[in-house]
Design a protein around this ligand. Structure first.
Ligand SMILES: *[C@@H]1O[C@H](CO)[C@@H](O)[C@H](O)[C@H]1NC(C)=O
Ligand SMILES: *[C@@H]1O[C@H](CO)[C@@H](O)[C@H](O)[C@H]1NC(C)=O
Ligand SMILES: *[C@@H]1O[C@H](CO)[C@@H](O)[C@H](O)[C@H]1NC(C)=O
Ligand SMILES: *[C@@H]1O[C@H](CO)[C@@H](O)[C@H](O)[C@H]1NC(C)=O
Ligand SMILES: *[C@@H]1O[C@H](CO)[C@@H](O)[C@H](O)[C@H]1NC(C)=O
Ligand SMILES: *[C@@H]1O[C@H](CO)[C@@H](O)[C@H](O)[C@H]1NC(C)=O
Ligand SMILES: *[C@@H]1O[C@H](CO)[C@@H](O)[C@H](O)[C@H]1NC(C)=O
Ligand SMILES: *[C@@H]1O[C@H](CO)[C@@H](O)[C@H](O)[C@H]1NC(C)=O
Ligand SMILES: *[C@@H]1O[C@H](CO)[C@@H](O)[C@H](O)[C@H]1NC(C)=O
Length: 554
């Protein structure tokens, strides 16, 4: 803003002001009326600028103007205030601006006029005031401005407008803060206007009167003066309900336009529309002056956005121009939804897989018992499993294997579960050749159960099983016959085992025996037996008489 100020039109300064280190930058001419308050702002700075020292002097005096607020003439922030102005105040006032290492000076040539207000004073002497001049544009909506530039410590109220000494009320005229809006301006609107306001400062009240001479101009050539609304642009704004929102209306307008700028909703000024709740308010207008135009900003603030605000245009008006914004609910974040959905899906899949893995066996066993055998096709096989087991050399182990194979397996799988097993050493007909028994019966089985005993396994298994036997089950494994490997004890090192066993272990895994070797304690519902049953084929309906016959023919 400082820079803008320096860009301002410089007036040639008389030699007497060219003095010390301060640079003279501008001379202003002011001709206010005696008997009423007057204020002048040396520099329009935002409070954040900081480090700027402004001092007012009355030329040629060397002592600064008082800063005592009770004093008739005093400095307040960057302002000089006259409360009120007297004829004797006429003179040159200097404002010294110290800004870091630079110093600038502004001069104000103040000429206090004695004015007679024939309407108010009752004085017959009529002096037509040339205090202010403003223009209204015929055929358009336009406005007049009451010149009330005072620091914030001055409270202004009761602004009243007069035309040719008569108070203006209603009709095409609307009072709006320091402005008077005139709709559909016609030639008869020209004339002498006045605006009156009350000013209160440190408890004292003063009356201010502006006289404004208004000329009407035709609208031709008006196009160049149409205010330009830079923002909003009839756009939508995404906002969450409940939040605070401030939207600027940024406008550029020519210097001599006195357009009214305001926010409206449903064709009503927002301050009037929300006069009760004050939830949505129009901010005070601020402006920055440029050589040929003025940049105005007036904001609208929603202290809390509500659902009813969505979808209705909030319109910024600047003279004949208008532009709006519409509030929109934020679009749901599609990407977040997608990722969320995907994560949920993966999570669900993972947990389902996890749960399935935990309860897989129970689920399958339950399913089998619930939908028993309806879909099972006849496969021409006679047995559910062929049990292959070694004969360990140690007494204890040998006994354990025998108990498991000849007592516990039949008890659980045959008696409790209704499977049919072929156990070598129990089910072959006497006198049959070993090779034949294995060869023929193994083909009639749906599963192959191999019991393995660690430690001695590598040679035991080989020792107790004929080459043919191994050859046969190798072939069967290659045919895709399912193998159930039961470890009597945990096998630490499979590399010592025959390759076929290693292969089976890798492909089908192994079930480790758990439990003791007492026949009574065996129950098909223990974890171990459930695992075995899970690997066994589904149970079949009672064999037909033909297969029964077949068995007896063997
Ligand atoms: C402002 O700057 C001028 C020149 O640098 C100096 O003489 C003067 O004392 C300064 N005034 C203040 C109030 O800082
Ligand atoms: C101040 O303004 C008055 C009248 O407007 C003029 O006569 C006077 O010469 C001006 N003074 C300076 C120093 O420019
Ligand atoms: C504006 O005023 C003129 C007469 O002054 C009238 O003919 C015209 O209808 C008015 N227009 C509107 C929009 O009121
Ligand atoms: C207003 O109109 C009068 C005569 O109609 C003219 O003398 C004067 O210069 C005009 N003022 C402005 C500011 O246009
Ligand atoms: C409006 O102008 C102000 C400067 O006065 C600027 O800070 C703001 O970003 C502008 N807003 C828009 C929406 O252009
Ligand atoms: C708000 O405006 C309505 C209609 O213009 C009016 O009836 C009401 O008295 C106003 N309320 C306040 C607090 O000004
Ligand atoms: C809105 O305008 C007011 C001036 O009326 C100002 O104090 C406030 O900081 C502005 N709000 C925003 C967010 O710019
Ligand atoms: C404007 O008026 C319409 C109809 O009277 C109403 O539905 C809407 O809520 C109003 N707009 C706002 C922002 O209140
Ligand atoms: C925005 O809408 C207003 C009507 O409300 C229209 O006059 C103006 O031309 C529009 N501006 C843009 C940039 O579309």
């Amino acid at each position: 803003m400082l820079a803008l100020l320096f860009c301002g039109v410089s007036i040639a300064l008389p030699p007497f002001v060219r003095a010390d280190a301060c640079k003279d930058i501008r001379m202003y001419k002011e001709t206010p009326s005696a008997g009423q308050p007057f204020a002048f702002n040396c520099i329009n700075l935002s409070p954040t600028s900081g480090k700027v020292h402004v001092t007012w002097y009355k030329y040629p005096g060397k002592s600064p103007i008082s800063t005592n607020a009770q004093s008739r003439i005093h400095q307040e922030q960057n302002w000089i205030l006259f409360l009120p102005l007297t004829q004797e105040d006429t003179g040159i006032y200097q404002c010294v601006i110290n800004y870091t290492n630079t110093c600038h000076r502004i001069h104000v040539n103040l000429t206090v006029l004695r004015k007679y207000w024939y309407c108010f004073s009752g004085n017959s002497q009529l002096i037509l005031s040339d205090e202010y001049k403003q223009i209204l544009h015929a055929g358009k909506d336009d406005s007049l401005t009451c010149h009330l530039n005072f620091p914030q410590s001055c409270v202004l109220d009761s602004i009243t407008w007069y035309k040719d000494c008569k108070e203006i009320k209603g009709g095409r005229f609307t009072r709006w803060r320091i402005k008077l809006s005139v709709s559909n301006v016609s030639a008869e609107d020209g004339g002498d206007y006045a605006c009156q306001a009350q000013l209160t400062h440190t408890g004292k009240r003063y009356t201010i009167l502006n006289s404004i001479t208004v000329n009407i101009t035709e609208t031709h050539g008006y196009a160049g003066r149409i205010p330009k609304i830079i923002y909003p642009k009839n756009n939508s704004i995404e906002v969450q309900p409940g939040t605070t929102l401030t939207v600027d209306c940024n406008i550029t307008d020519t210097r001599d336009n006195t357009n009214l700028r305001s926010w409206r909703v449903n064709d009503t000024l927002v301050d009037d529309y929300y006069n009760e709740s004050k939830r949505i308010r129009e901010g005070f207008e601020s402006h920055i002056s440029f050589q040929k135009h003025i940049f105005y900003t007036v904001n609208i603030t929603f202290s809390e956005v509500k659902m009813e605000d969505y979808g209705h245009p909030f319109i910024c008006h600047a003279g004949v121009s208008a532009a709006y914004f519409i509030l929109k609910l934020p679009a749901p974040d599609v990407q977040a939804y997608l990722i969320g959905g995907l994560v949920t899906l993966i999570g669900a899949a993972v947990s389902v897989t996890y749960i399935y893995n935990i309860f897989k066996i129970d689920i399958v066993l339950w399913y089998r018992s619930a939908f028993l055998s309806t879909e099972i096709k006849e496969d021409g096989k006679l047995y559910d499993a062929y049990v292959l087991y070694p004969k360990p050399q140690r007494e204890i182990q040998s006994h354990e294997v025998d108990t498991l194979v000849l007592k516990i397996l039949p008890e659980v799988l045959e008696r409790q579960c209704g499977y049919k097993l072929f156990i070598f050493g129990r089910d072959e007909f006497p006198g049959q050749a070993v090779a034949n028994v294995i060869d023929e019966n193994i083909k009639l089985c749906r599963r192959l159960i191999i019991i393995i005993v660690p430690e001695f396994l590598s040679f035991d298994l080989l020792k107790n099983m004929s080459e043919e036997q191994i050859a046969v089950y190798n072939a069967l494994i290659q045919d895709g016959m399912k193998v159930i490997l039961i470890e009597l004890e945990k096998v630490k090192d499979y590399t010592a085992m025959p390759e076929s066993i290693q292969y089976i272990k890798q492909k089908h895994g192994a079930i480790q025996w758990s439990g003791d070797f007492t026949e009574q304690s065996q129950c098909a519902k223990t974890k171990f037996w459930k695992k075995v049953r899970y690997h066994m084929p589904p149970k079949r309906p009672p064999p037909s008489s033909s297969t029964q016959m077949l068995k007896h023919t063997y």
